[in-house]
Design a protein around this ligand. Structure first.
Ligand code: HEC
Length: 103
């Protein structure tokens, strides 16, 4: 089963270090959005929700489907290329659970 661990994703900091227990937008979440979501979810490309700022990402979690799209519990999985490593999904979920710390 080891091949599964190496498929699809490069070795990012999160995968190597595991989940971040107390993530913040600036330190952790923004990087994931830029890396995995913002190529489509921006005003030029035109796919909402736009995810370029703290307020936009927080709103997409609180009032949209962001949290259930990244773990596949609603709609089509995001990003469309396939589910992110669990550590990255957990970082965003921890961030939401802890009240969306910005800095
Ligand atoms: C390759 C382009 C692409 C990437 C990258 C991508 N998305 Fe999407 N996303 C779409 C498209 C197209 C839709 C509309 C179809 C659908 O709802 O499944 C969508 C829909 C969504 C929706 C639902 C929108 C609504 O109106 O309810 C959310 C939330 C979402 N994406 C979040 C994300 C997040 C978070 C990421 C990164 C982890 C991401 N997406 C990465 C293309 C993308």
């Amino acid at each position: 089963m080891a091949w599964l661990l190496n498929s699809c994703e490069s070795n990012t900091y999160e995968e190597v270090a595991g989940v971040v227990e107390f993530p913040t937008y600036q330190a952790n979440v923004k990087k994931i959005m830029d890396d995995k979501c913002n190529s489509c979810h921006n005003p030029d490309y035109g796919q909402e929700p736009y995810l370029q700022t703290y307020e936009l990402v927080k709103d997409a979690c609180e009032n949209g489907e962001l949290l259930c799209r990244i773990d596949g519990s609603c709609g089509a999985i995001m990003p469309t290329s396939g589910k992110m490593p669990k550590a990255r999904v957990d970082i965003i979920q921890n961030w939401a659970l802890q009240g969306y710390v910005e800095q």
